[in-house]
Design a binder for this molecule. Structure first.
Ligand SMILES: NC(=O)c1ccc[n+]([C@@H]2O[C@H](COP(=O)([O-])OP(=O)(O)OC[C@H]3O[C@@H](n4cnc5c(N)ncnc54)[C@H](OP(=O)(O)O)[C@@H]3O)[C@@H](O)[C@H]2O)c1
Length: 230
């Protein structure tokens, strides 16, 4: 139990995760650009308003949290926020690349950097919500795939670097999960979307909470979650 920072908590998976963490007895702080919407997700958690497309603004927000003593019991950081624009390389302009890399990986790196002193003190846990495109390129999804590949490398580097300080690092690879993001992506690809065939966000959330509950001698470095055969 302890304090967990979660990005993307206004989204499908992040909201389920924040709710599951609270149910498990954790104190959750959501980091997002419109934390006023947390209530609409049924969440009664503290929010810090930051646009993750501007990683440079995180230092001020996290500094204020630290100054208020709010990081003293920081136990974990879960990076869940992402955008997933569908565009061929031929059509993706510099803004698409810049925004996708900033939200999906640059902010994750910066938020990790800023909270590492607290996470080292607690021998805490950093969880990166990745995706299958983080392991292979996909036509018309290069900015997303590239950002998730970079996120995987960030996690692997961090795991090695922080082994001596006791900080645990996990990458989660969810399969298709029933959220607005997946619905929009499937529409953009011209593929069908049936939420009944997808992972439920709360199922995925329960698995992430389980990852955080590992005993002292071992933990899950990578977790691939797929829908059960129907
Ligand atoms: N759904 C799937 O099938 C699936 C599969 C594999 C991996 N994933 C991964 O799971 C994670 C969550 O996905 P999801 O399906 O829950 O997506 P989602 O419902 O679209 O949620 C995305 C979250 O990211 C936040 N976000 C986007 N841009 C932001 C910005 N500039 N600043 C701050 N926050 C920002 C959104 O905030 P706003 O509410 O303000 O937009 C929202 O909370 C992502 O990392 C995604 O890559 C999803």
């Amino acid at each position: 139990m302890g304090h967990v920072l979660v990005t993307g908590a206004t989204g499908g998976i992040g909201a389920a995760l924040a709710g599951a963490l609270v149910e498990a007895g954790h104190r959750v702080t959501a980091v997002g650009r419109d934390v006023g919407r947390l209530g609409a997700r049924g969440l009664d958690v503290r929010g810090i308003e930051v646009d993750l497309a501007e990683p440079g603004t995180l230092a001020g927000a996290i500094g204020a949290l630290e100054k208020a003593g709010e990081l003293a019991d920081l136990r974990a950081l879960v990076h869940c926020a992402a955008i997933a624009p569908v565009a061929a390389v031929a059509d993706a302009d510099p803004g698409t690349w810049q925004r996708t890399l900033a939200v999906n990986v640059g902010s994750a790196a910066e938020l990790t950097r800023l909270t590492l002193p607290a996470l080292r003190r607690s021998r805490g846990h950093v969880i990166f919500i990745n995706a299958a495109p983080g392991t292979t390129g996909i036509a018309r999804w290069s900015a997303y795939a590239g950002s998730k590949a970079a996120l995987r490398e960030l996690a692997d580097s961090l795991r090695d670097e922080e082994a001596a300080s006791g900080v645990r690092v996990t990458t989660v690879y969810p399969g298709p999960t029933a959220t607005d993001l997946l619905s929009e992506v499937r529409t953009a690809f011209g593929r069908p979307y049936d939420p009944e065939l997808c992972i439920r966000p709360r199922t995925l959330a329960a698995m992430v909470v389980w990852v955080l509950s590992a005993p002292p001698d071992a933990y899950t470095a990578e977790l691939a979650v797929v829908p059960s055969p129907r």
